[in-house]
Ligand binder design. Structure first.
Ligand SMILES: Cc1ncc(COP(=O)(O)O)c(C=O)c1O
Length: 465
């Protein structure tokens, strides 16, 4: 097409092909039939579609937009940094003030002693980098056999080849030829779903820690390098670990000298009512990954924090090889770093952790009040994240057949009523921006209650229940 033809095309959404994007994590057949919801702008906890209709963003986009939309201070921080130093890298002895200041700040906030910060652009890249650092570390200290990495069924760490392998969800593996070798998955810590009849939470936690130990022994402890976990699993359906779980898991890791990598991509920066999930569950990581809330999702930036022994290994390997051969063009991008710094400053000014603690009971108690609904098998959550598990039979904890697409159905009903939520399988998840007000949480819960009733009508009409 000639430039003149292109310019002749009217500049409106109506004239555009809304199906030209290959949409991530989407039922593509349905998408091709129906097209996307086009979001035009946002303010506070609300977004507005291209017809002007408002929705409460009940999952903060992808659990990321913690400070809501249109935060003027973040817009200003980005604009000022863009004008001063729009872009620069951190390769070959170069750096810049926002990158240095952000690393320093993160180290000061770290829940247990950390030594250095490596910057990347996404949670997936952070997990990939952490995996590479684990391998690099074991090569540096003369343990070339100790390379296997254990994730968990239901865990989510991203979608790149390495982080996607670590993710423990079939939908992210099937026909992508994942997982790669050297990546294993241990149990999902979902007590309601996998606890045995009569088993206590503590006994369930003991059984899972025993299973992890059996896996390490079966593989050979000299081959197992690291264990990755989210404090509360997000994309696996908001799974809060059972009491004593992480204490017992950490004891096993220590026993076999297995590194602990904590993925704080969702939990970090206040979501659970602590600055990090590590604070909530008393985790002592060797490596931490973070993203999303780091910049309130405004610009892509992620970070990997490493402990002193891993830093020392990086030093010795790079002196042997001549260079630390890892890094991205946009590692620590100055505009992203400036926005992240301002995000952290706003969290401090708002005392975001205290705010989440104040609002958490409104959400958690409100969800618990829906537990008697015939479709709700379990309500669960912590801080400002939660989920309702939709089931066909509460007593038997039986799910609807996947083909019934109940999760998607109820998600759509919520959207029809002006609340964007996300169903992961049949778990309807709620994770509003951390600046959410009580009235917004009440509105989200009111809509969920209406959507539950409508979904009940639907499954009865369709003979699914
Ligand atoms: C816990 C966790 N880790 C890693 C990722 C991957 O992040 P990204 O999508 O930025 O690659 C996600 C994304 O949802 C996540 O929830």
């Amino acid at each position: 097409m000639a430039l003149s033809d292109l310019l002749a095309v009217p500049n409106s959404l109506e004239s555009r092909d809304r199906r030209s994007v290959l949409h991530p994590m989407t039922d593509l057949v349905r998408h091709d039939r129906e097209g996307p919801l086009v979001i035009d702008h946002g303010e506070g906890v609300r977004v507005y579609d291209d017809t002007g209709r408002a929705y409460i963003e009940g999952v903060s986009g992808l659990w990321s937009i913690s400070l809501g939309f249109g935060q003027e201070r973040l817009v200003k921080a980005a604009a000022e940094q863009m004008a001063k130093l729009s872009s620069y890298h951190m390769f070959r002895f170069k750096s810049h003030e926002p990158g240095i200041e952000l690393a320093e700040k993160l180290l000061a906030l770290a829940p247990s002693p950390m030594s250095k910060v490596f910057f990347a652009n996404s949670g997936s890249e952070a997990a990939d980098s952490a995996m590479k650092l684990v391998w690099y570390y074991n090569n540096a200290i003369g343990r070339p056999e100790k390379k296997k990495i254990i994730g968990r069924i239901g865990g989510y760490h991203g979608v790149t080849i390495a982080s996607g392998s670590l993710t423990g969800l079939a939908r992210n593996h099937t026909d992508f030829d994942l997982p790669i070798a050297r990546v294993l998955h241990t149990d999902c810590p979902h007590f309601w779903r996998y606890g045995l009849p009569g088993e206590s939470e503590e006994a369930f936690a003991t059984r899972l820690a025993d299973n992890l130990e059996k896996m390490i022994l079966a593989e050979g402890p000299e081959t197992v390098a690291a264990f990755f976990a989210e404090p509360v699993m997000g994309s696996g359906g908001v799974i809060v670990p059972p009491a004593t779980y992480f204490d017992k898991i950490q004891a096993v890791l220590k026993k076999y000298d297995v590194l602990f990598v904590v993925d704080e991509v969702i939990c970090g920066f206040g979501r659970l009512g602590d600055l990090f999930g590590c604070n909530t569950f008393n985790l002592k990581p060797d490596i931490m990954t973070m993203a999303k809330g780091l910049s309130s999702g405004y610009l892509p930036i992620s970070a990997v924090m490493i402990s002193e022994p891993i830093w020392q290994a990086c030093l010795s390997e790079s002196s042997k090889i001549g260079v630390f051969g890892h890094g991205f063009t946009y590692s620590g991008h100055p505009v992203c770093a400036a926005v992240a710094l301002e995000t952290l400053a706003i969290y401090e000014d708002l005392d975001i952790v205290a705010r989440v603690r104040r609002m958490a009971p409104v959400l958690q108690d409100g969800m618990a009040a829906l537990a008697d609904h015939p479709l709700v098998g379990e309500t669960r959550g912590l801080g400002l994240v939660g989920a309702l598990e939709i089931v066909k039979d509460k007593a038997k904890k039986e799910s609807f057949p996947p083909a019934a697409n109940i999760g998607l159905y109820i998600e759509r009903r919520c959207q029809e009523h002006g609340v964007i939520l996300r169903a992961l399988g049949d778990a309807l998840t709620i994770a509003p921006p951390l600046i959410v007000e009580k009235a917004d949480i009440h509105e989200i819960l009111r809509v969920v209650a209406v959507a539950l009733d409508e979904t009940l009508d639907h499954v009865r009409r369709e003979g699914l229940m």
